[in-house]
Design a protein around this ligand. Structure first.
Ligand code: NAP
Length: 317
């Protein structure tokens, strides 16, 4: 069995920043890269608000650079899906792809969050053929077309506003009559002449012609009456869910499933397990805040390993 001092689960900005810091602290971290290497930033194009890039930077390039920086200092990467963990005692056990079991003295959880789906018929099979969860990735393909954005929060307002750059019309579909979004984001969307609101409408079915999306069947939340909203694209912007299914019952999660951390630290209720980035942050969810929390997690791990007396020569790497 392979034994590590620290394993980092997830390779978004949080995990990769943790890897840079842990590697520079000579902890030779083993980083598990899931099936979305680089995390949500690889789904975006221009990142204009990451400090240090006055002209902006492409999301995938930023992540590739972070990864290269971590490798330069000795971080090891393995591709796989964490299927199970045993956090009941140290060394902890981490199972990757159901088969590879690692032992580790500490863990940094940075598995991020993924877009929520509506769970309606044809939604998954039409993803990539008119259904999308990422306006910045796919908006360009809808130049001169009609788009629906589903959701009533800030993400939906932001995506709807952004998509008016490409679309002839954006219809915002929300299941209630009240929007959840902040006033300022609502105002911006409401003042945009290309955005039309269909409130109190519950999405029921994605309609298509076998090739591409043709419409969204919605039901009036009050009367139950159904109608088809014709469209070329459906952007689902109904929030995110943390990737913590493999942690259930092992560590304190909040009611939504985000990992709970203690005070201003990255520590969790399990000694030796730390969390950073979107897996523990439903509020800020920015690349820079994720990176900052990854740095904190690596510093916390370093201190923890020193306190419990885990040194380089006490572990086979
Ligand atoms: P959110 O605030 O949780 O809003 C999700 C929206 O989707 C809600 O309106 C919800 O409806 C709707 N929804 C959820 N599940 C649904 C389902 N199964 N079917 C239909 N509708 C469904 O998520 P978010 O908009 O992604 O924002 C998350 C956080 O990021 C917030 O704190 C937000 O302020 C922040 N954020 C900020 C900015 C910015 O400031 N630039 C941009 C994006 C996000 P209900 O209202 O009925 O629950």
């Amino acid at each position: 069995m392979k034994k590590q001092r620290v394993m980092i689960l997830g390779t978004g900005p949080a995990g990769l920043t943790a890897a840079i810091y842990a590697a520079r602290a000579n902890l030779a971290p083993l980083v598990i890269e899931g099936n979305e290497p680089g995390g949500q930033l690889t789904l975006t194009t221009d990142v204009e608000n990451f400090p240090g890039f006055p002209e902006g930077v492409m999301g995938p390039e930023l992540m590739a650079n972070m990864r290269a920086q971590a490798e330069r200092f000795g971080a090891q990467f393995e591709t796989g899906w964490v299927t199970d963990v045993d956090l009941s005692k140290r060394p902890f056990k981490v199972t990757v792809n159901d088969t590879d079991v690692y032992e580790t003295e500490s863990i940094i959880l940075s598995t991020g969050a993924s877009s929520k789906r509506l769970g309606i018929e044809n939604e998954i099979e039409m993803t990539g053929r008119g259904v999308s969860t990422c306006a910045t990735c796919d908006g360009f393909f809808f130049r001169g077309k009609k788009i629906i954005v589903v959701g009533g929060g800030d993400s939906a307002m932001e995506e709807a506003t952004f998509l008016t750059k490409f679309a002839t019309e954006v219809v915002l579909v929300h299941r209630r009559h009240e929007l959840r979004a902040s006033k300022v984001m609502q105002e911006r969307a409401r003042n945009n002449p290309k955005i039309r609101f269909e409130l109190g409408m519950v999405p029921e079915l994605v309609q298509h012609d076998g090739q591409k999306v043709t419409g969204l069947l919605v039901a009036d939340a009050t009367s139950g009456e159904k109608k088809t909203l014709e469209t070329d694209g459906i952007f689902v912007a109904i929030g995110h869910l943390p990737n913590t299914a493999f942690l259930k019952g092992q560590i304190d999660l909040d009611p939504v499933g985000y990992v709970k951390t203690i005070g201003v630290t990255s520590a969790t209720n399990v000694e030796g397990v730390f969390a950073c980035g979107d897996v523990m942050d439903s509020r800020y969810r920015q690349a820079i805040t994720a990176a900052g929390s990854g740095c904190k997690a690596a510093l916390d791990v370093e201190k923890f390993l020193e306190e419990v007396g885990v040194h380089e020569d006490s572990v086979t790497v």
